[in-house]
Design a binder for this molecule. Structure first.
Ligand code: TTP
Ligand code: MG
Length: 357
């Protein structure tokens, strides 16, 4: 690895689906807009995919039942999900972003990480580059985005979320801890609702609380995840920006900080990885037929093992159950596990799937 300190961008489009809708329908501008299921005058089922910032003022948010959104804001403009349209905008945006980076990683439909270390001399130049990117996306795509600049992916991602919409937040390595400290622990990648509650019970609410906590106790309480949480709370993250091809599969894997013989830890992490994969699948409105898991032992021997379903699904429950079952066959009491991963592939669009069933 080169000795040069990394500079990473995280780019996240603002209220993406609704922003594209506003671009296509200029008459929507300035009004609350919701993209998601049909509200059917408050009787509709299904959820909000996203809403613009005007609708957020009324308390509407992603993932909320559409019936509740209707109650909060009946006057909003409700649009069905037009996935093809957003996918086209996404691929144009990704095309622009890719040219600015030495290493590029698309993350879901409207986010990307860019490693620009070799393109700039310092953070000042990085900031100029970020403005250039924002200008080009606005000019060519008529859309705004928020950019976070940091020493690694974790800090960059949290920074991009810091001033939305149309934000630009720069966090240098020496300021990372101070920047993170007042934010709620939920902002860290691995902290789900359960972990958040457990941390709260320990008196840990902010990332700063976590950073000041005894690392040994964290490791005892949360296993390998505890150590990772502690490092992240100090703004540390060594993961690389990794190029991925066209979305033919969605996957997550994790190398444990320490090899483990504890099956429960492996299953726990596998469930979390499945949840993340599922979130991406849902974001892109896809159904999958194939689930593949990967297990690497302490001696680097690696096995991948898959199962193809007779039908396509988007259910988290199935994904978690199949992934567990597949991994179970490969866990050995006499061998520690170094890495575990889960991948889904063989996609069908959810729309198409609905028409089939
Ligand atoms: P996000 O980037 O999470 O949200 P956003 O771009 O709408 O808003 P923000 O300005 O806060 O970034 O997700 C990107 C798109 O993914 C979003 O426009 C719609 C879709 N999506 C869903 O369909 N369901 C969900 O639960 C979420 C969170 C997003
Ligand atoms: Mg976004």
């Amino acid at each position: 690895m080169s000795g040069k300190k990394r500079i990473i961008f995280h780019v996240d489009m603002d209220h993406f689906f609704t922003a594209v809708e506003e671009r296509e329908h200029p008459e929507f501008k300035g009004k609350p807009v919701v993209v998601g299921a049909d509200p059917k005058e408050g009787k509709g089922r299904g959820v909000v995919s996203t809403c613009n910032y005007e609708a957020r003022e009324f308390g509407v948010e992603s993932g909320m039942p559409i019936s509740r959104a209707w109650k909060l804001c009946p006057e909003a403009i409700y649009q069905p999900v037009n996935y093809e349209l957003y996918a086209k905008a996404s691929s144009e945006i990704m095309g622009i972003l890719r040219r600015y980076a030495d290493k590029f990683e698309q993350w879901g439909i409207d986010e990307a990480f860019l490693d620009i270390t070799l393109r700039v001399d310092d953070y000042d130049e990085a900031e100029i580059l970020a403005h250039e990117i924002k200008r080009e996306i606005l000019k060519n795509e008529k859309l705004t985005c928020s950019i976070g600049i940091g020493p690694n992916k974790l800090v960059a991602k949290i920074a991009s979320d810091f001033q939305k919409p149309d934000g630009l937040t720069v966090v240098k390595e020496e300021n990372a801890e101070k920047f993170l400290a007042p934010l709620p622990v939920r902002k860290l990648l691995w902290v789900g609702r359960k972990t958040e509650q457990k941390l709260k019970g320990m008196g840990i609410k902010t990332i700063g609380d976590l950073a000041n906590y005894d690392a040994t106790v964290l490791a005892e309480t949360f296993g390998v995840m505890g150590t990772q949480l502690y490092l992240m709370a100090h703004g540390m993250d060594r993961s690389e920006v990794e190029e991925r091809g066209e979305v033919k599969s969605i996957s997550r894997e994790l190398t444990f900080e320490e090899d483990t013989a504890d099956f429960e830890i492996v299953f726990d992490i596998l469930d979390k990885l499945s949840r993340e994969v599922h979130r991406d699948v849902a974001k892109q409105n896809l159904c999958f037929k194939t689930v593949t898991v990967k297990v690497r032992y302490e001696n680097f021997e690696t096995h991948t093992h898959g199962k193809t379903l007779p039908f396509a699904t988007d259910r988290l429950q199935y994904l978690q159950k199949i992934a567990r079952k597949l991994v179970q066959d490969w866990l050995r009491p006499d061998r520690k596990t170094r890495l575990v991963g889960v991948r889904v592939s063989n996609f069908v669009s959810a729309e198409k799937q609905k028409k089939l069933t």
